[in-house]
Design a binder for this molecule. Structure first.
Ligand SMILES: [Zn+2]
Length: 430
């Protein structure tokens, strides 16, 4: 199988490339990059007006498989990823059963090979059953391909346990990803504590509930030397803590989600839209601006979705008892293009850094570069197409996007994983 992508604007900051040229893809690899290429046996794809980047990667995704296939499964979740322009995801271990041993790591990898439409990197849990009490079989999971560890969905509550997790991960050279939430302080909070919780009459989830564990885990990173990745950061002080840790030279990275970048607590009004109930919650406008500034100045290393699919019955209920989380795989690129790239706040090179280069580096998988010999994981973007976010358009099983009805400009039209098309002209290749 060979493809010749003609006349694309090719953007890859890793090789200082940003120009209109052609890419020849052959046998899963990039065979040639240059102007005026031709190849007799290759299918030619006209990419005039389009942008081609190294394949996008989302390192915070809930595929819900095994055990919660009513929300999403590996087939539907990876289709949503391909539809959103991604060539790889890293999936979170809060499945049923938890991904806390080699068997479940193997299960996800085998299923992804069989039914998946993108690469799936498995993140194992830190503790068995995410209970925070006993270490998971971390070494065994690494041997079977786990790329990182997290108890996402919970913070690891005990500092001593988190230290052991980090000491263990360090032996295998793996990063620990931290969902920062002090459960004793946060309690049953459902929205940002302050104006929002008062206005809505709901229990508050204070910024400090997140910041306490960011500060603690940075201290533990200093103590253990283990790479630490702060998940879905949402507060101004949290971003400052990461900025200081980086200035100190600690191996700390961080991620932010489109919903925390493009929505704030004011979006939750008296309609009590449960799709806007997320964990951590939407914060203040000041926090949102600080997170955006962190993304732009490199304090925050990557944009991830925290794609969190749920069934209708978990969201069509009172706000207080609705499940936390929104989907994101199919809207992330469009939102970033519309809100940051088109507005001139960010250029394509920085977007590629945040959505393709840094995510791979954090989970320590091989880089993809647009040069001869690299594996052909590529995302083709039409930056001009205008579209409206609609549940009818989703490949995900779930509808719980906080951006339904939004008009966006720009989306992926074609995606190649190892030289094999998974998306052509906006449709999944079956
Ligand atoms: Zn989380």
């Amino acid at each position: 199988m060979a493809f010749l992508l003609k006349n694309a604007r090719v953007v890859d900051p890793q090789v200082e490339l940003d120009e209109v040229c052609d890419i020849l893809v052959e046998d899963g690899k990039i065979a040639q990059v240059g102007k005026g290429l031709s190849a007799a046996n290759a299918e030619e794809i006209d990419c005039t007006g389009k942008v081609v980047t190294p394949g996008l990667v989302d390192i915070h995704v809930h595929l819900r498989d095994p055990g919660q296939e009513q929300k999403e499964d590996i087939a539907s979740g990876t289709r949503a990823a391909a539809h959103g322009g991604f060539t790889a995801v890293a999936c979170m271990p809060n499945t049923k059963p938890t991904i806390d041993n080699a068997i479940t790591v193997e299960y996800v990898q085998r299923m992804a090979e069989k039914v998946g439409k993108c690469r799936v990197h498995v993140v194992g849990s830190c503790t068995q059953g995410l209970a925070g009490e006993t270490l998971s079989e971390m070494g065994d999971m690494v041997r079977h391909g786990a790329v990182a560890f997290t108890d996402d969905g919970h913070g690891v509550q005990g500092a001593g346990m988190m230290r052991r997790v980090m000491d263990y991960a360090n032996q295998f050279g793996k990063v620990v990803m931290s969902h920062c939430q002090d459960e004793d302080l946060v309690g049953d909070g459902v929205v940002n504590e302050g104006v929002c919780s008062t206005r809505l009459g709901m229990l508050g989830w204070p910024a400090e509930g997140e910041e306490l564990q960011i500060a603690r885990d940075i201290a533990l990173c200093r103590l253990t030397g283990t790479p630490l990745h702060i998940q879905h950061i949402t507060t101004a002080r949290g971003v400052d803590l990461v900025r200081q840790a980086k200035a100190e030279g600690l191996p700390v990275t961080a991620e932010a989600t489109p919903h925390h970048l493009f929505l704030n607590e004011d979006a939750i009004d008296d309609t009590y839209n449960t799709y806007l109930k997320v964990n951590p919650p939407l914060r203040t406008e000041e926090d949102r601006l600080a997170v955006t500034a962190g993304v732009l100045d490199g304090t925050i290393d990557c944009i991830v979705t925290d794609h969190a699919p749920h069934t209708d019955w978990e969201k069509d209920c009172e706000f207080a008892i609705a499940a936390f989380g929104m989907t994101g795989l199919e809207t992330s690129l469009g939102l970033v293009l519309t809100q940051l790239v088109r507005t001139g706040v960010m250029d394509y090179a920085q977007m590629v850094q945040l959505m393709a280069v840094n995510p791979r580096s954090i989970i320590q998988v091989d880089p993809v570069t647009i040069q001869e010999g690299s594996v052909a994981d590529l995302t083709v973007i039409d930056p001009e197409v205008e579209w409206t976010v609609s549940v009818d358009d989703f490949c995900s099983k779930a509808k719980n996007s906080g951006f339904i009805g939004a008009t966006l400009t720009g989306r992926a039209t074609d995606v190649f994983v190892g030289g094999v098309p998974t998306l052509r002209n906006g449709a999944i290749v079956e």
